[in-house]
Design a binder for this molecule. Structure first.
Ligand code: 6PG
Length: 466
């Protein structure tokens, strides 16, 4: 019996996704390359190890794998983003037939996806770029899925992706067609950016509370108490992490303070800069990770410049409210960049629908995301939502006080800073950008628009050089 869908790449995510497909009753083929002494019999071993893969057809020969599937073939690629995807596509291109569909489920760059859609099309193949979020557990039990490409191509694979995806509170799949080209991978990249900023905010809360001499368990208690009204996956796992022990020692205390990354935060930062959207928190979170990597310099600088502690007690309520405030700004910025780039590319992305597929299965799922589904139906800018507006007003003084205390205590809080400063910038009726325009016109005759000329015409002044 021919397989109806196949998975290439049986790493952590590919294996879990294959099991998910099998659990949903699909007849699948699984393939992993053979590398002497390194990757041998991976597909066969995978099938042997998991009961639900009993009927899956395992391969380490790509041609046999392709021939095991019924037409049009549907293949999910779960290989590392970058050259590995192109290498597999190159091999597949010679084996597949017109009308077959390839879905790239890795964290590929959206511009690579644009290029691959075009190059596969020349061969008569359909290519879907799909963001998949949820880590190992999500891939196994139901991830959030963000597919894009040609809509007709999507219709051939919709049933599979929807079946394996997480379900929202109403039982609808957390999988939706995002738009044309690489829009799915773009949206996933911004998902990761929001993830970076939320993780960094929680890390900043942790460092502030640690500075108040709370133990890891006490910090976990604080975070746990926030879960009733600020509940989220990331907050929940942070509680677990803070409590985890090896013998008498906290595991967290043994982890070296150098934060890694796999690139999506840096791509998001570049995309933000290219788009003209002032989404300041994602870059702040990315650069915080980069800064953490300078461990030796940090240690030397810590010795060279002694730290001034000027502790006026920081209230836990202020930390919570600062987090609440900043989380709103983070989501505002994340959805705004999606809107901006969607407009620039005619992707027509429905922001409320994006929030909906992020309510379950993904890393940034939260109770707040469920609220955003409704708010984004009414307005693309969540800052202007009445209810969030009230929360912002209520929490504004807390983040101001918190930041002041952090400055006095020399606590590094780049994401809190970015959130508050963005807020102050975005609510400045008359900004100082008139001076920037004058300076540009002075040294470069770059011209400026005038307040008293609504036509928007370019004006220039012959500035007096005193
Ligand atoms: C997800 C995650 C995942 C991401 C990792 C690692 O949605 O499941 O976003 O796709 O790759 O979290 O990202 P970094 O290594 O860059 O932190």
């Amino acid at each position: 019996m021919k397989a109806e869908i196949g998975v290439i790449g049986l790493g952590v995510m590919g294996k879990s996704l294959s099991r998910n497909l099998a659990r949903n009753g699909f007849n699948i083929a699984i393939y992993n390359r053979h590398v002497d002494g390194i990757e041998e019999n991976v597909a066969r071993n995978c099938q042997r190890d998991y009961a639900e893969l009993e009927n899956a057809q395992p391969f380490d020969d790509l041609k046999d794998f392709v021939q095991s599937m019924s037409s049009p073939r549907k293949i999910i690629l779960m290989v590392n983003a970058g050259p590995a995807v192109d290498a597999v596509l190159n091999d597949l291109g010679n084996l597949l037939e017109s009308g077959d569909v390839i879905i790239d489920g890795g964290n590929s760059h959206f511009e690579d996806t644009n290029r691959r859609i075009d190059s596969m099309k020349i061969k008569g193949l359909d290519f879907i770029g799909s963001g998949i979020s949820g880590g190992e557990e999500g891939a196994l039990k139901g991830p959030s899925i963000m597919p894009s490409g040609e809509k007709e191509a999507y219709s051939k694979v919709k049933k599979y992706l929807e079946s394996i995806s997480a379900k929202d509170a109403d039982g609808n799949p957390c999988c939706t067609y995002i738009g044309s080209n690489g829009s799915g991978h773009f949206v996933k990249m911004i998902h990761n950016g929001i993830e970076y900023a939320d993780m960094q905010l929680l890390a900043e809360c942790y460092s502030i509370l640690k500075g108040q001499n709370l133990s890891n368990d006490e910090i976990a208690d604080v975070f746990e108490s926030w879960c009733s009204d600020l509940g989220s996956y990331l907050l929940g796992i942070t509680v677990d992490i803070l409590r985890e022990k090896e013998g008498d020692e906290y595991v967290l205390d043994q982890i070296l303070d150098k934060a890694g990354n796999k690139g999506t935060g840096s791509w998001a930062t570049i995309a933000i800069a290219n788009s003209g959207e002032p989404a300041t928190m994602i870059p702040a979170a990315l650069f915080a990770r980069y800064l953490s990597f300078f461990k030796e310099l940090r240690e030397s600088a810590a010795k060279a410049f002694s730290t001034q502690h000027n502790t006026n007690e920081i209230e836990i309520r202020q930390v919570k409210e600062a987090y609440q405030f900043s989380r709103i700004v983070n989501h505002h910025q994340g959805f705004s960049i999606i809107k901006q780039v969607s407009n620039q590319n005619d992707w027509n992305i429905n922001l409320s629908e994006i929030a909906r597929i992020w309510t379950a299965g993904c890393i940034i799922k939260s109770d707040f995301m469920k609220e955003l589904v409704h708010y984004l139906k009414a307005n693309d800018s969540i800052l202007l939502n009445d209810s969030l507006n009230q929360t912002i007003r209520k929490t504004h003084s807390s983040i101001q006080s918190l930041i002041t205390a952090c400055i006095k205590n020399e606590i590094h809080i780049p994401c809190f800073f970015a959130a508050l400063d963005f807020f102050h910038g975005i609510k400045t009726f008359n900004s100082s950008a008139n001076l920037i325009q004058a300076q540009r016109d002075y040294f470069g005759a770059h011209t400026y628009q005038r307040r008293d000329d609504p036509t928007g015409k370019a004006h220039h002044t012959e500035w007096t050089n005193i």
